[in-house]
Design a protein around this ligand. Structure first.
Ligand SMILES: Cc1ncc(COP(=O)(O)O)c(C=O)c1O
Length: 359
């Protein structure tokens, strides 16, 4: 069996690695908020349940009202999707047969969705271990691209590109007649994030994608939204199946987005846990990416093949995310989510054991 192409569902990783799945394990392979879903959502759940007998509002008006308020955008600039993934699929369909440049390493669904739509896909590779976005190096490639995909903050590195860089990139793309698909699935984990949504008003080539499944820990429910100019929204929504976003997700979205305190609490918690972990990694000489969010890349410079560490962790009941399907990482790093204090401590314990066993 080949290695799974996404995190979560650890049984597939254990199977692919030929290791018996332990009774208890800690799944650090999916980047979901460990504090979620918000309490307010469970409190409303029983009431929401009663509404599954109705079809969802295909225009999602009630949720759009909340997003309009938050993003200061009109409803015709918004499209609600069945997770960020559906929006990626719709954008790829919109870009069918076009030349698409993907800034790598990044989320694998951009490429997959574009290839299905017969796009001509090429890569712009960022260099480890800083993965800096060098616009000067990128500019010459824009002439041969109709669209670029950029994830900010990026999955899997957790690196946040400065807003000045994003703005420059958008301007250069505009000049070259190139769309910028900006996936901000993890933007709300960053304490000081400057939103790019407002840029859609000034630049007709910008499409911003947001996921709500990460921050609010509802990947099983599926919810996200896209912001871009009304003409593109119209085209994207024409590809979307009717009632694509279910009633429970729409209702949950309203509760979640209005819960600003939950987002702030999460940001603070993640920053604190990340600091503890990174101090430990530094002390034990592990190398990490300069993450600003709830996951990070790690490698042990003392070994050549990181699969040894991956296997050791799995045997100890810790599931990391492999990086074999991230072009440019090719398995040389492991990605870990920041989870509960207890789970993060267990990771440090197991890594200490790894160090003590001659590594
Ligand atoms: C960068 C990025 N964008 C979008 C998604 C899709 O998220 P969802 O479909 O759960 O909203 C993911 C999921 O892992 C992701 O990592």
């Amino acid at each position: 069996m080949s290695m799974p192409s996404h995190g979560s569902n650890p049984k597939y990783v254990y199977e692919a690695m030929g290791i018996q799945i332990p009774n208890q394990y800690i799944d650090l392979s999916a980047n979901i908020n460990p504090l979620g879903p918000p309490q307010a959502l469970s409190e409303k759940w029983k009431v929401f349940f009663k509404q599954i007998v109705d079809y969802p509002d295909p225009y999602a008006l009630s949720l759009k009202e909340v997003i309009m308020e938050k993003e200061k955008m009109d409803h015709d600039w918004l499209l609600i999707g069945n997770g960020g993934s559906e929006l990626i699929t719709l954008v790829a369909r919109f870009l069918a047969k076009k030349r698409v440049l993907i800034i790598q390493p990044t989320f694998s669904e951009y490429e997959k969705a574009c290839r299905v739509n017969e796009c001509d896909v090429s890569y712009f590779r960022l260099n480890e271990p800083n993965w800096e976005l060098d616009i000067d190096r990128l500019i010459p490639l824009l002439e041969n691209a109709d669209a670029i995909f950029l994830c900010n903050p990026n999955n899997p590195t957790g690196i946040l590109y400065p807003q000045s860089t994003i703005l420059r990139l958008i301007k250069e793309c505009k000049r070259a007649g190139c769309f910028v698909v900006l996936d901000e699935a993890f933007y709300d984990f960053v304490e000081t994030y400057e939103s790019s949504v407002g840029l859609c008003k000034d630049f007709s080539n910008v499409i911003v994608l947001r996921s709500m499944t990460k921050m609010f820990a509802i990947p099983g429910l599926r919810l996200g939204y896209a912001v871009t100019n009304p003409m593109i929204i119209k085209e994207l929504s024409a590809f979307q199946s009717h009632w694509s976003v279910n009633t429970l997700a729409l209702l949950a979205g309203e509760v979640c987005l209005q819960n600003e305190a939950f987002i702030l609490m999460t940001q603070e918690y993640i920053a604190k846990e990340r600091q503890k972990l990174f101090q430990f990694f530094q002390k034990e000489a592990f190398i990490t990416s300069a993450s600003r969010v709830n996951f990070y890349l790690l490698r042990d410079p003392k070994i050549e093949n990181q699969k040894l560490l991956f296997r050791f962790l799995l045997e100890k009941g810790i599931v990391a995310r492999h990086t074999f399907n991230f072009p440019g990482l090719d398995g040389n790093w492991l990605r870990f989510a920041i989870k509960s204090t207890h789970e993060n401590e267990r990771l440090m314990e197991v890594l200490t054991e790894w160090r003590m066993s001659h590594h």
